[in-house]
Design a protein around this ligand. Structure first.
Ligand SMILES: Cc1ncc(COP(=O)(O)O)c(C=O)c1O
Length: 416
């Protein structure tokens, strides 16, 4: 692992106004990024600027409508760079990952029939499980669930391979688990699924704030993520292979265009949210240029940013794991092997021998240490550990967190 000393954390932190908040005389440490990240000032400015200066619907013969059209075009191009596709028209903006996934599942499952098989995993957020399970139920298709190893919360890849067959139509996999942080080998899983003729949908919601998505390299068929997890506003993004997005028939209103991406972007769009999502990716590009060459291509600059984010976050999570492991009352779920930190995000969940998750979250919250608690819709993980309904405490680190914030939470946890 490279040294984290060069990571410009002060530059990053200066961009995020929320980090100035104080609770009980202490600056707030935001450890609930997996529930929703904080946003840099330029995202706030982009949302405000849109509403103040270019607010309009599309297609009008006047300045603000033209500016809205231009904004959409450039946001599609920026998001295409972020997801690793040369096709801006294959980017679909929508309410959030869940809503986009339900829309896709209704369209895709029209051709499923009894005897067809669908694969989901037990490690996933329910947003990448229930849309497919309900669609399969309506079509009479069979659903298989891929298990995970409880020892380290990695996906059981043998179980995955054994469930693939020529009957498999569709596979839904998470790029990374939002409760235990496991990063799945999605490129290899796509290869195996395609070998039996199945299509693959990837949920990159938890992955995207920590690593750069790569729809071309992974060779997936669809991918969804949410800008509010990667430093943008509350808006979802769906990508699909252009040929598939064209051949599927979404539920949509009659006058809507048949061309991409319009046929998938139903209703009036959240233009200000789209402006903010673009600004979030521009922030990451700027971070890349703080670290690497100012002349790099957009995608290369994003690569530089995420490589540095990954190095820095691995240092942070290593310190967090070491501190948590030294507290006898705490039991960590998930991968702890320091040589395999590239197989996890810096999202760590744990239970306490005596205190419930909500009690810990409440105590920490009073100290300005904001953590998540519960199951975070990764219901099958908490069920597998017998942790329903109380769930776990989740400390989700982001690149704007610091070693001293990690020290602060460890000091607090040691005193419980
Ligand atoms: C891994 C993962 N998938 C899906 C979702 C659902 O995303 P959205 O809130 O955009 O519907 C979440 C939200 O927490 C998530 O963490």
């Amino acid at each position: 692992m490279k040294s984290s000393t060069k990571f410009p954390v002060d530059w990053c932190r200066a961009q995020f106004p929320a980090l100035k908040r104080v609770v009980a005389g202490q600056p707030v440490a935001f450890f609930d990024g997996p529930g929703g990240s904080q946003v840099p000032q330029r995202v706030i400015d982009a949302v405000g600027h849109y509403l103040a200066h270019t607010n309009a619907n599309r297609g009008g013969q006047y300045a603000t409508a033209r500016e809205s059209d231009a904004l959409l075009e450039s946001a599609h191009a920026t998001m295409a760079e972020f997801l690793g596709t040369p096709n801006p028209e294959s980017i679909v903006f929508g309410a959030n990952m869940t809503t986009l996934t339900f829309a896709l599942s209704r369209a895709i499952s029209k051709s499923w029939k009894p005897g067809d098989e669908i694969i989901v995993t037990r490690l996933d957020h329910d947003g990448n499980v229930t849309p497919w399970v309900l669609a399969a139920r309506d079509a009479g298709a069979t659903v298989h669930y891929v298990d995970f190893h409880k020892s380290d919360c990695t996906l059981d890849l043998q179980d995955f391979s054994s469930k693939l067959s020529p009957r498999t139509r569709f596979v839904a996999i998470g790029c990374a688990s939002n409760i235990v942080g496991t990063v799945n080998p999605v490129g290899e899983m796509c290869r195996q699924a395609h070998a039996v003729g199945a299509q693959v949908f990837l949920d990159a919601v938890h992955y995207a704030p920590h690593s750069l998505p790569d729809v071309t390299g992974w060779d997936c068929d669809f991918l969804a993520c949410s800008a509010y997890k990667f430093f943008g506003p509350h808006i979802g993004v769906l990508w699909g292979r252009p040929a598939l997005l064209k051949s599927l028939t979404p539920y949509k209103l009659r006058p809507v265009t048949e061309s991409l991406p319009g046929r998938w972007m139903t209703g009036t769009q959240n233009f200000e949210g789209i402006a903010g999502a673009k600004a979030a990716v521009d922030y990451l590009d700027d971070l890349g240029r703080q670290i690497g060459p100012a002349t790099a291509s957009f995608r290369d600059s994003l690569r530089t940013a995420f490589s540095a984010i990954g190095d820095y976050e691995r240092h942070l999570v290593s310190a967090l794991l070491t501190g948590l492991e030294a507290i006898p009352q705490i039991k960590i779920l998930g991968l702890r092997d320091r040589n395999r930190l590239n197989e996890r995000t810096p999202t760590v969940s744990f239970t306490h021998e005596r205190l419930t998750a909500i009690e810990i979250a409440d105590r920490l919250g009073q100290l300005g240490l904001f953590v998540g608690h519960g199951n975070f819709y990764a219901l099958q993980v908490t069920e597998a550990f017998g942790l329903e309904p109380q769930g776990v405490v989740r400390v989700g680190l982001m690149h704007y967190n610091t070693h001293s914030e990690v020290d602060r939470i460890l000091v607090a946890l040691r005193s419980y």
